[in-house]
Write a protein that binds this ligand. Structure first.
Ligand code: XIL
Length: 388
């Protein structure tokens, strides 16, 4: 079964690779950098590379290799590791051009007691990002998880809860105003069948809470790109179609929503979203930017060689799909090392979810991603408005 899965992925990835090549030779034409790779001139950040220059994919970092594609490459950051682990810190700086706080912008962290705010850990990450020329993805404002107890155990009227949510969005977004590139405003609001999740927000505020959240978010920080974010919406299915329908409807109503994030949590024991390219394209076609926001590819432990290969194919499928779509502005790993990773704590018996092992040694997935970036079309800009 696992061998089958990995063979299937390999075939489909070849198809996507062929599409990359086709794009290079036909669509991009003269402006494309030849796939032949000049010798590396690897600066640490990649900032000094001339336009269209593709560094050597066997030595350059993800961040350096992504530069000619204009795709931002990111990671979720564990701020404890950032403070205490020098290797982790160095790799965040060298490999990535965006960062997402893994936990420290979530409601339970920023407002543990009602009216008592703590932005200190998130502030440190924002400073780190500024010092290293990185953009920050804000994560996340409206979600059913990691809410403070005072909120979930309180008794509220709908009007009170609406005011609480509005204040949360305004307080947090105003605190970081101008420093956050993209915000995951609403996270995981849908069930797999495309119905809305029956959480505290839907129960008390009705389905209009989503539009309200985006309107408030836009008022609070007009320059941030506002995203809807969810898992299992990489391919075309009932859930991603419900998100697509919602976003289309909201935009027709003038609600300020500018992006859709596919989290990208894959597992080698399940099928991969082989129609991700088509899915990203349909979102781009309704005028929203897209992003892969939380990529990881986990397996049941211990992994066998087929799963090691399947992991590389999973990261590659998502990265190639994103690279081929102009609307796709960033590709973020949900952690880059197994040393600090959420999977073993949440999925019993599973792990191996990131491109680097516990000792920061690269897995095959890392080289596959570097090759994908090197072979991708060189673009002048990304995003539906060509602003990134
Ligand atoms: C996870 C973090 O990685 C864990 O450290 C935390 O205990 C739980 O949340 N979807 C999301 C992320 O949008 O915020 C989640 O992050 C992973 C799933």
């Amino acid at each position: 079964m696992q061998v089958r899965r990995s063979l299937i992925s390999t075939g489909l990835t070849v198809a996507v690779t062929a599409a990359v090549t086709a794009t290079l030779t036909t669509t991009v034409g003269a402006s494309a950098t030849p796939a032949a790779l000049p010798a590396a001139a690897a600066s640490t950040t990649g900032a000094a590379a001339p336009a269209g220059h593709v560094p050597d994919p066997t030595t350059a970092t993800l961040r350096q290799l992504a530069q000619h594609t204009k795709l931002r490459i990111g990671t979720a950051v564990n701020t404890d590791a950032l403070a205490n682990d020098a290797t982790y810190r160095r790799m965040v700086a060298e490999q990535f051009s965006t960062v997402t706080p893994e936990n420290v912008m979530k409601w339970e962290v920023v407002e543990p007691q009602r009216g008592q705010y703590d932005f200190s850990a998130a502030d440190q990450l924002v400073r780190f990002a500024r010092a290293h020329g990185q953009k920050v993805r804000g994560h996340t404002l409206v979600w059913h998880n990691q809410l403070p107890t005072w909120l979930t155990s309180g008794t509220w009227t709908p009007a009170q809860l609406r005011a609480i949510l509005k204040q949360h969005i305004f307080t947090e977004m105003r605190h970081f105003r101008g420093q956050i590139w993209a915000w995951d405003v609403v996270n995981e609001a849908f069930n797999e069948d495309g119905s809305l999740r029956n959480d505290i927000w839907l129960q008390n505020l009705g389905p209009g809470y989503i539009a309200d959240a985006f309107r408030w978010a836009h008022q609070a920080d007009p320059k941030a790109i506002l995203f809807y974010n969810d898992y299992n919406i990489e391919g075309i299915n009932a859930k991603s179609t419900a998100v697509y329908d919602l976003v289309k409807r909201l935009r027709a109503q003038g609600v300020p929503i500018q992006g859709v994030g596919a989290q990208g949590h894959l597992d080698t024991q399940y099928p991969f979203p082989n129609d991700m390219l088509q899915n990203l394209r349909r979102f781009g076609a309704i005028g929203v930017d897209t992003a892969v926001t939380e990529a990881d590819v986990r397996s049941v432990l211990p992994v066998d060689p087929a799963e090691v290969n399947a992991q590389a194919q999973g990261f590659s499928l998502m990265l190639q799909s994103c690279l081929l779509v102009r609307s796709c502005i960033s590709y973020t790993l949900w952690g880059f090392t197994d040393k600090y990773n959420w999977v073993p704590g949440v999925f019993k018996g599973e792990g191996y979810a990131t491109p680097f092992d516990e000792n920061f040694n690269p897995k095959p997935a890392y080289d596959t991603m570097r090759r994908d970036l090197a072979l991708a079309p060189s673009l002048p800009s990304r995003g539906v408005r060509g602003l990134h």
